[in-house]
Design a protein around this ligand. Structure first.
Ligand code: BES
Ligand code: ZN
Ligand code: ZN
Length: 484
């Protein structure tokens, strides 16, 4: 499936195309008269009486090759309402044979600024398909011509495109199976992001050992693949001001290790690297849109496998921070990868804040399903910024508690802490509480548990099922609204 959008500096409609016009909530089409033929206008006026006006998109077959499509916009509509309309438009017309559309942007005048931009953004996001491994691909092309004066500015066009490409890159990475996107391959792909203007640093096992990142290395030691920490820097301010930091869990496949997971649905654990993929997609979109911000992305890439050299329950390892961890369950591995990545990020980059993303716990799906990511944070300001950004782009987060009283559940008799609590419940909070111990210098920090958000079996408003790319738009919005 490909969507090709062309902007024309004209208000003249393209006769060979289907015509898309925006109209108010009540389908008052009088104002559209000047954009269509008189005969079309009276045809539509008559037929409109027979249509269900509760529908937001109504189409009229003018002849076998031409439709006029009305898209109704209510008052006070939000950008995300319009994105959803674009997605709905895609769903309604994705199978239509004659697929050239002419959107008259002038009909969106007086509604939300940038209406057409959001409409097309939603349409594009919804159209993504992962077909790499299908012999028969969907070759359909939808061509859209935008006319009139209300089209997005060049700057906005670039912004939308950068966010789409970042989101699609995340979805591509998350969709790849474990045999293809193992840590060696993943690190290689990240190295290619230099071409977008990112500074990439790859730490392989030898370097990680030297640095003492043993909680990260312990997770990967049962795998025949390497383990890596990769940093990606975007210096949009061209100065030395403190960067914003984003850290991601990149477990390319999570078998559970020696604490092996059950067979059923284990295949889902191919998306256990989604947190890292969001960080990568975000960094790519910041570079593509040349965001005026300094930012750094840090990802820990490992494969969690059982095997002769795998980590055992009961093992004690020393983290980069110096704190020791007793491994009670090798399936609670994400926090071990993040522990070293967090301390390293804080120490090396001295960031303004750190946001980490991880498909960390099944328990967060019990709490919040696939509507909200769990937010755990030591900072109210950062939390509120994330909550607001999430509401805005419909990638919502819900704040969950952190409290020192949970600490006793992860204190260990034999080491500074243990990586799981078998009693006491609150699995997502104790995981976050564990992570917090690796923020050493009180840097504002937020942890997003995206286990319920990264992958959608049924599809959502702006995705058609599979990898969602959840988080890329959220973090772009966080940055755009508060740090650019
Ligand atoms: N990757 C899983 C969490 C997960 C579960 C992500 C379902 C996406 C969907 C994580 O590494 C894990 O296995 N967590 C365990 C923790 C437990 C052993 C404390 C879990 O949630 O069961
Ligand atoms: Zn696990
Ligand atoms: Zn995992």
């Amino acid at each position: 499936m490909s969507i090709v959008i062309n902007y024309k500096n004209t208000s003249k409609k393209i006769n060979s195309s289907n015509i898309v016009l925006f109209v108010d909530e009540k389908f008052n089409i009088f104002s559209l008269k000047k954009y269509i033929l008189n005969s079309e206008f009276s045809f539509i006026s008559d037929l409109l009486k027979t249509k269900d006006l509760k529908k937001k998109i109504i189409n009229f077959d003018i002849n076998s090759k031409k439709k006029i499509i009305l898209v109704s916009l209510k008052k006070n509509l939000t950008s995300s309402d319009v994105e959803n309309l674009g997605a709905k438009f895609y769903d309604e017309f994705k199978e239509t044979k004659h697929s050239e559309y002419c959107i008259n942007s002038d009909t969106a005048k007086g509604y939300l600024t940038n209406c057409v931009g959001y409409f097309l953004h939603g349409l594009k996001l919804k159209s993504y398909l992962f077909e790499k491994y299908k012999s028969k691909k969907n070759k359909k092309k939808i061509s859209i011509i935008v006319i009139g004066k209300q089209k997005p500015s060049l700057k906005d066009q670039i912004k939308f495109k950068a966010i789409e490409e970042g989101t699609f890159y995340t979805r591509d990475l998350v969709s790849e199976p474990g045999n293809i996107l193992h840590p060696d391959e993943y690190a290689k792909r990240l190295s290619s992001l230099k071409k977008d203007g990112l500074k990439i640093n790859i730490y392989d096992e030898k370097k990680l050992k030297k640095l003492g990142m043993n909680t990260l290395l312990g997770v990967g030691q049962g795998s025949i693949r390497g383990s890596y920490l990769v940093t990606m820097e975007w210096n949009g301010l061209k100065d030395k001001s403190k960067p914003l930091a984003f850290v991601g869990k990149g477990v390319c496949f999570d078998t559970g290790g020696i604490s092996l997971k059950p067979a059923k649905f284990m295949e889902d654990m191919t998306y256990d690297m989604a947190g890292s993929a969001v960080v990568v997609g975000l960094m790519k979109s910041l570079a593509l849109r040349k965001a005026k911000v300094n930012a750094v992305g840090v990802v820990g890439l490992v494969e969690n496998m059982p095997g002769g050299n795998a980590q055992r329950p009961g093992d004690i390892v020393k983290s980069y921070s110096g704190k020791t961890v007793e491994i009670l369950n090798t399936d609670a591995e994400g926090r071990l990868v993040l522990a070293d990545a967090l301390t390293y990020t804080e120490e090396k980059f001295k960031p303004k804040f750190i946001v980490d993303l991880a498909t960390l716990t099944g328990a967060i799906i019990v709490s919040l399903g696939s509507e909200y990511a769990g937010l755990f944070s030591n900072d109210d300001k950062l939390s509120n910024q994330l909550i607001n950004a999430g509401e805005n782009v419909e990638e919502k987060v819900w704040r969950m508690p952190l409290n020192k009283n949970f600490d006793k559940l992860i204190d260990s008799k034999n080491a500074d802490m243990q990586n799981i609590n078998y009693v006491g419940g609150a699995g997502s909070t104790t995981a976050a509480q564990f992570l917090q111990r690796f923020i050493i210098k009180k840097t504002p920090w937020a942890h997003l548990d995206i286990a319920g958000m990264a992958f959608s079996k049924y599809g959502g408003a702006l995705n058609s099922g599979g990898a969602t790319g959840y988080g890329v738009r959220l973090l772009n919005k966080l940055i755009e609204d508060n740090y650019e």
